[in-house]
Design a protein around this ligand. Structure first.
Ligand SMILES: [Zn+2]
Length: 479
């Protein structure tokens, strides 16, 4: 079945731009304020008010466009998108129709060991709507609207129909999120709605050029939901076609509890919105110097950093992709490597013990007590053989809890590795005496028997024996 049909997917990502105030008025954008307290006559759409464009919104939009390799419009304008809905007090949304701020860009995604170039058709500015709150306990008998979100700045990023599977859609979305976070233009918090995604999906016979009839899926609020909803919709459309039925062009809602999409409304065409230029805002002109100034502030982006990590630190592609997906992890890693230069070891600890501890302790990298300096100090103690790797794991756990330095924990707990040969000799002799069978096995050519003897010696020293020395001593004594 999958061989016969090819899915065609395009994503529309709405990212809330990180500004202090709304796009056309001075109201605060802080999340979680008491309902309808961050509103004013402008964002409530009262008669006689006029919008004033927030310059910061343009700045963040242009930066994002540049990072997505887009052309930046020298001139752009806003348009009214007309529709009626209770969360939209003006009965129109100020958006951009035919002259978006950014257009014709692309990004590279890495999926299944392959680089894929995904077109960015456009990225335009618009204002968000309010939020309807339904009292679901009383069977939706009571509905309220909160206008705090009305007028929050959004950048809508529209991809080309270039994605061919739910997996590619996931990779694309991760990449978009990663870039937005590197740029610090959006906090991309999906739970708070600052990153939202709609998917346009159709299927066609493999080898066919003509696109099939598409549906648009809304209401997906996690990466997992996006992947599941797309897979569900591909399957649903193929089944319809196989049964001789037709796919209807419509907007569908993803229901995460049921794991299904359901029809919401027939899909509107652009002309249904009766777009016309927003008469209350002038045509905007951007001068080249403004764009150049922003270009100069762009940070190194995730893909470039990924390539640098592979090249300069000789990391595997997998390690480099995990370490560069989020800016703060990449920075943590680099700070640590600047103190302790064995990049592979640092990578193992960051991706292993550190990430595990953060997940289990439900902590973020920034509020965790194992600073890059503390981790580097710990790794130094392992390298110069002051402590064993086994002790290092214990010390790591202790730094994570207390924030103390590795050295002070090693002293407190008496974890300094025993490298004194006379002390080790006693342990080794004892182990040999108590395990005649393993000794005989080893002498009989079963070299594996040495691991058991090693284990016994480490146990007897409470993990403090220098394993390299113990290994040498056992071998010497038995040969
Ligand atoms: Zn306002």
């Amino acid at each position: 079945m999958e061989q016969k049909y090819e899915p065609v997917i395009g994503l529309e990502v709405h990212a809330q731009l990180k500004t202090k105030t709304k796009i056309f008025c001075g109201c605060s954008t802080v999340f979680g304020q008491e309902q309808n307290t961050s509103v004013c006559p402008v964002c409530l759409g009262l008669p006689g008010t006029l919008p004033v464009l927030n310059e910061k919104v343009v700045e963040l939009g242009v930066k994002t466009g540049l990072a997505f390799n887009c052309h930046i419009a020298g001139q752009f304008k806003f348009d009214r998108k007309n529709y009626f809905y209770p969360d939209l007090p003006k009965a129109y949304q100020i958006s951009q129709f035919d002259k978006p701020l950014c257009y014709e860009g692309s990004i590279e995604i890495h999926v299944n060991g392959e680089d894929r170039k995904i077109e960015i058709v456009r990225a335009h500015l618009e204002e968000d709507a309010g939020k309807l709150l339904h009292d679901e306990q009383n069977r939706m008998s009571d509905s309220c609207v909160d206008y705090n979100r009305t007028g929050t700045p959004l950048l809508e990023i529209v991809s080309g129909p270039d994605l061919r599977s739910a997996e590619e859609a996931h990779a694309y979305l991760s990449c978009v999120k990663s870039i937005l976070k590197y740029l610090e233009v959006s906090d991309c918090n999906m739970q708070e709605g600052s990153l939202r995604c709609d998917a346009n999906i159709s299927v066609r016979l493999v080898g066919q050029d003509k696109l099939g009839v598409k549906t648009e899926i809304k209401n997906m609020n996690s990466f997992k939901a996006v992947e599941k909803a797309i897979n569900y919709e591909i399957k649903r459309q193929i089944e319809l076609i196989e049964n001789g039925e037709k796919v209807v062009q419509e907007t569908r809602l993803w229901n995460a509890d049921e794991g299904k999409t359901r029809s919401m409304r027939s899909k509107e065409e652009a002309h249904d919105y009766r777009y016309f230029p927003e008469p209350d805002l002038p045509y905007m002109r951007l001068d080249g110097a403004f764009i150049e100034r922003l270009k100069a502030t762009l940070p190194e982006l995730p893909h470039a950093r990924f390539q640098r990590f592979v090249r300069d630190f000789k990391l595997s592609e997998y390690d480099a992709s995990v370490l560069t997906a989020e800016k703060d992890i990449a920075e943590y890693f680099e700070t640590c490597v600047s103190i302790f230069s064995d990049a592979k070891t640092v990578s193992n600890w960051v991706m292993g013990d550190l990430m595990k501890a953060l997940n289990e302790g439900n902590k973020s990298l920034s509020d965790n007590l194992v600073t890059p300096g503390r981790l580097a100090e710990l790794l130094g103690l392992v390298k110069d053989q002051t402590i064993s790797l086994r002790s290092a794991k214990v010390v790591f756990g202790e730094i994570f809890l207390t924030g103390k330095s590795a050295k002070s924990i090693v002293d407190e707990k008496g974890l300094v590795q025993i490298s004194d040969t006379s002390a080790l000799e006693k342990i080794v002799d004892d182990v040999i005496k108590k395990n005649p069978k393993s000794v005989a096995d080893f002498k009989g050519g079963q070299t594996k028997a040495i691991s058991f003897l090693m284990g016994q010696a480490m146990k007897m020293s409470q993990g403090k024996a220098n394993p390299k020395l113990v290994n040498e001593m056992i071998k010497n004594k038995l040969s």
